[in-house]
Design a protein. Sequence first.
Lengths: 226, 266
Amino acid sequence: MTRLLAHDVSLNYPLFGRRQDADQQLALDRVSFELAEGDKLGLVGANGAGKTTLLRVLAGVVKPDSGWVEAYGSVQSLMETGLGINGDATGWENIRLRLLAAGHDWETARRLAEPIGVYSELEEYLDRPVETYSRGMQLRLSFSIATSLDADILIMDEWIGAGDAAFRQKATQRMQELVDNAGIVVLASHNNRLLEQVCNKGLYLEAGQMRYFGDIKDAIRCYGEN
Amino acid sequence: MDATVTDAGRQSDRLPRVIQLWRFWLTLAWHDWRRRFRRSLLGAAWLFVSFGLFIAVKILIFGVLSAESMAFFSVWLSTGFLIWTFVQSNLVEGCNVFISSSRWIKAADLPYGIYVLQSVTRSLIQLLLSGLVVLIVLFLFPPPDIWMALTSLLALPVLVVNGIWSQILLGTICARFRDVIHLTQTVTRLLFFLTPILWVPESFGEYGRYADYNPFTHVLAIFRDPLIYGTFPVDSWLIVLAITVGGIALSAFTFTRNKHRIFYWV
């Protein structure tokens, strides 16, 4: 039974290189919610509201100062492009690298990489170093890997921004499949149409505080009114 | 309140994740290695060339100045420089071990030990390849007792363990205090001259014994003495083992207290 819970999660971001000012910034202030199997949560809020920080806490990349997260199920995350990618390795190598990081052996990584590469439609670019890719192409690669890694809980940050129309349509379709697969998805985006299409729940963050948690449409409306 | 991220689906396996994911960090080390020699004609052969040339020139210059025989000095310098190169790369690269992996640290929930093992593996490959040059030197000037000479191989696992703890320790400290990176580089450069690599303590008579206060003298001795004197340096081994145990404790203490902060520091 897949579940994702956040209990009173608070986090202060330490600031460096400043002398007089406060030495830390409150990024999350006692955020709590509970997601059950099949829930798709959309995070809304202005830049700097704490959306990315919350995603990182949920992905287990950073530990909150107080409160805790309980994840029942395997977690995969898709953060901003360029992270979790080895720039001087080729597309194929990066796909295999992420599969190895997920604990697969050489043979399985090689086998599982095949459909991921095909799905990305990067074709001959997959044999070139990722640092030669455009932003959109990098995103396609990252998206293809993250959504193929067979996770119960998928955490995604602002992935729809780049990518051409054709791939965007394909990505929305893949998101729909994930929705149907009854896993948990947590998605931060400024694209309201996408959020309404994919998510059933919404969480509105303002300056690290949870202003609303409930139906996605109400969360977007709440955010719009402010 | 205790803050934890639990993952119920993953707790079945006994081995630490950092060991389970050995294929991952081995691949990362391989990519680093390949980047270093990308589009170069000689590739990894540059290692032999540069190490071999360095040794050859140093033997010519310092061997003439030195009171020791050419045979003695050649083995002394090549073995000493081999081990020193490994020590040095662990100290210098250890400072940046977490900083240079920030793209992974910020993206994935993976144990940080992965990046340390990636870096130590890189240094170890360099040690083994440069070691081939030393093998040639040893072939020209064979050690006095071949069986005793083999005990120098025991130094290798100890060196690797020391490389791991020093990279964890330096990586953690340097992520927070960036000045320590430059400090380490400066001190390492000085240590090269303070450690008996280019010089032999005996030729300094009375003053030579001060070399014994330098821990790196003993780190070199556990590898070098069996090859050059045919003896097993018990004292040096005890000192190095004590450093190893103390270093592991210090490193584990520093790392476990700060590991949740490293994310912000890199």
